[in-house]
Design a binder for this molecule. Structure first.
Ligand code: FES
Length: 217
């Protein structure tokens, strides 16, 4: 390599000491560079998310009108008899006057499924027939749940063995006590000579669906 001659200006520059930073300049430069770093970092941050405009709340569907109930078409009417109404069952001979010597006689009316008690009370009573107006008859089925009852001629009381309802035969078989809510149906009687006929029932005989029909048994 060929040696080159050094110029006086280069020699001067080489001899002069390198510039040094005093403390104030160093701090100034440091703060400037720190701020620049912060700015650079901020510039590197991802953009803040933009606010999403609120969307309208979903609307509930408007209530639909309930379908109008279909009209009830009545095709048949059932006539419900009053409790005091006499149901015109067939006229049937049920006893004779001689059958009542003991004060009570058991029979059935209007068919074999409906036991009745024909009674001679010994004094005139409401609905009583016969020479003394003291002969009556009542259904032998309890109006509570249909149990067959016993009758005591001495007390003239019907007693139900199932739940102990008591009925007073001398007072139109009115309920005396027990869970039943109705008196006993009275069997309408007619006396013709020595014969006693049943011609109807006043009140609903327990367990007979045809109580609601005046034309069938
Ligand atoms: S069935 Fe007669 S009291 Fe219940």
């Amino acid at each position: 390599m060929e040696d080159r001659e050094i110029s006086p200006s280069e020699e001067e520059a080489a001899r002069s000491p390198k510039p040094r930073l005093d403390r104030r300049s160093f701090l100034k430069l440091s703060s400037i560079s720190g701020a620049a770093a912060v700015l650079a970092a901020c510039a590197a941050q991802p953009p803040a998310p933009t606010a999403v405009p609120p969307t309208a709340a979903p609307q509930a569907p408007a209530p639909t009108a309930a379908p109008a109930p279909s009209p009830v078409v009545v095709t048949e009417t059932v006539e419900v008899p009053l409790i005091s109404e006499v149901l015109p069952y067939p006229r049937i001979k049920v006893a004779t006057l001689n059958d009542l010597q003991s004060g009570a006689f058991g029979a059935s009316y209007p068919d074999q499924f409906s036991p009745i008690q024909i009674l001679k009370i010994g004094k005139k009573v409401p609905g009583g027939v016969g020479p003394d107006g003291d002969i009556v008859a009542y259904s032998g089925l309890c109006t509570h749940m249909g149990c067959p009852m016993t009758y005591d001629p001495a007390t003239k009381i019907f007693v139900c063995p199932c739940h102990y309802s008591h009925f007073d035969a001398a007072a139109d078989a009115m309920l005396i006590s027990g869970p039943a809510t109705q008196h006993l149906p009275r069997i309408v009687l007619e006396v013709e000579g020595q014969d006693i006929y049943a011609v109807g029932a006043q009140g609903l005989i327990y367990g007979r669906p045809h109580n609601l029909s005046l034309t069938e048994l």
